[in-house]
Design a protein around this ligand. Sequence first.
Ligand code: NI
Length: 170
Amino acid sequence: MSIRRIVKHGEAALKRHSAPVDYEAMRGELPALLRDMWKTMYAARGVGLAAPQIGLNLRLAVIDVKPEGRSRRLVLINPEIVKLEGELREEEGCLSVPGVYAKVQRAARATIRALDQKGRPYELSGEGLLARAFQHEIDHLDGKLFIDRLAFEHKLRVLAVVRELKPTWA
Ligand code: NI
């Protein structure tokens, strides 16, 4: 078990479209992998982490937005967006783009369908930070970062900050 290095903006794993998880084939190695993902996410003080962020191009993510200040761990295997409603522009960041924040337009409410850590299908709706995390993490599985959601001029300004901070990233 270990804390993994988080892949940063500019590295190939973040740009690839990730492959679905074959739950039965991965059943044995999944618990250890998930433990590493939780450890890595909490150590970096994130609220979500997608497998591509540790260099694995698999459709797998973990989220804990700590509703009411208490941990609620969600495992998303092969997640799909079922429904998006409303719009909200809120500040967002990403462990793969450390120190960089920007306001991103997202749906205010999101419903997803996924498998949990035991391979059981579930559907879950979220709003606020959870809705944002669903959309942000699923974007990672499609090779997209939050800064790719910005309008062109805004993205250019944010990329200037990225270039400035990049030498400080581990
Ligand atoms: Ni991210």
